[in-house]
Design a protein around this ligand. Sequence first.
Ligand code: ME8
Length: 641
Amino acid sequence: MNKNFYVTTPIYYVNGDPHVGSAYTTIAADVMARYKRTMGYDAYFLTGTDEHGQKVEETAKQKGYTPQQWTDIMAPRFKEMWAKLGIEYSDFIRTTESRHKEAVKKILKKVYENGDIYKGEYSGKYCVSCETFVPENQIVNGNHCPDCGKELRVVKEESYFFKMSKYQDALLEHIDKHPDFILPRSRRNEVVSFIKQGLQDLSISRNTFEWGIPIEFAPGHITYVWFDALTNYLTAVGYENNPEMFDKYWNNAEVMHLLGKDIVRFHAIIWPCMLLSAGEKLPDKVVAHGWWTSEGEKMSKSKGNVVDPISEIEKYGVDAFRYCLMREVQFGNDGDYSTKSVVTRINSDLANDLGNLLNRTLGMYKKYFGGVVVNGATRDKYDDEIETLWTEVVKEVEEQMNIVQYSKALEAIWKFISRLNKYIDETAPWTLAKDEANRDRLAVVMNHLVDGLYKAAVMVYPYMPTSAQKIWNQLGETRDIHTAKVEEVMGWNLLREGHVLGNAEPIFPRLDLETLEVPKKDPMQVNEDLEVENPIDITDFDKVNIQVVEILEAGKVKGADKLLKFKVSVGDHVRQILSGIAKYYPEPEKLVGKKVLAITNLKPRKMRGEISQGMLLSTEDKNGLRLVEVNTEVENGSKAK
Ligand code: ME8
């Protein structure tokens, strides 16, 4: 069997700091690599940063740096975060490295020589935040991105196109023949129906800015950032400079890309088409996970509810944090990160089930046998049950990990841990200990417990490496758990007669939700990195005339239930303004005498045969809609600046 494995995370944009979302994918990849190693694989794990493109260029500029300076500041921040989260990647790639530039050149050349690139003009809409071209039929709310909701820009420039349409059938066939190519399987249908709508050729070059990899056959053009970024997966395993490595970790490995559902199409459509054109093998699994929200809301910098992994690991410890992320949500589904669910999880699974089991077991071993292993031979049906369950659990974990279902794998592991707890109740060692005649039986029971814990440590190691090591150490095993293999712990009686167990120390302290120190945000703190939606320039604002107007008359419009008709004074003249707010002002005449704000340079238009020469400003909240009132002392016609 092929025992090489290659797992990747997306390479993250360096426009902001890593957060719980990027941490999630990276932890998932780390868990997978560690798990595969325990299963005897030679696993290679890649993460890194996506440093080119308009989004990064613009962020750098806003912050007052050159793009290179900015990426040099940001890339180490990702490395630092991953170190704190116990991530042990094999390589960290930055797309500004020369090895990557060479790899991009190579793949572009291959695709070009294959006749799959032609010159044309791109004319349409572009979302800088997603770095993606948005076809007309997908635009939402007038001019916004269907994925992130941000405003789109018009792009009209000469561009080179990749003949993606040519690979439509080959890709569909591949997906059909490989049921696990896109995971979870539920995502597969979405991708297939998208492809079936017809693949468009893809613009793969830009020529109106400079932060990217130049294209040899297209002077003045740089590589479209996604074409550049996706290639990173090849670069890191020696596509351009190390054929031996490339053979090992690409051609002869199980290749798995982990990513969020936001970028499935790039990975399950564009990327395989690029590889088909370049004549390279396709990855084996493209696995998309869901989206994290925080305490029930979408995470955003402006709301200030972005979960910072550092504060979480300060509260719970890194292993508990890793465990909760992987356990709480089924991989593929969206999840909500809340303090309550994390605390509940830690208390029940870690402190109670696992921590207590270890504590009780070591306590009893010390009491009954002085903490030194004694083997015995008196078996019972409970021993058989435990042993059978263990074999089933290993199999179940392997099946779940194959379809990248971490929470299900953990459920299986916890079935075993809970069974060990139940085994204590069934065998009641404290009763056995009362009678010297049961000493041999007591030894068998206690050995099953320490043995079970020894095995459990290997199973939880990918998720909680430090705690797993602590469990081994408390069991008197000094070996580095990194080297542990599931195969070695399949059998029983792993701890031999005379083995000295260590001391029990609590690994997962119980948390109290009430008294948990949740660092309170300073309500007066100003967020300097606040992200503004649809930012405009002061010159944009200057175009809009907002003036104070006094309502002189207000009434209903015949035949139009929603409309109110106002006569307003703008200081030197009177205007008529219509507004669709009748529902909120059943007695409009009460508005007479109030001063409100109006946009006065909106093109006049007729509604229901009546002219409207402006727009009254209003605000809306859960209590309904209200006109924006101004102090009556302000003179009519005064401009809002
Ligand atoms: O897309 N919940 O980079 P990116 C879950 N550079 N996962 C989340 C998340 C959330 N709320 N927020 C982010 C890019 N993620 C490209 C990738 S790959 C060749 C190029 C995770 O910085 C998730 O993995 O926007 C998502 O796919 C990724 O961060 C997007 O990272």
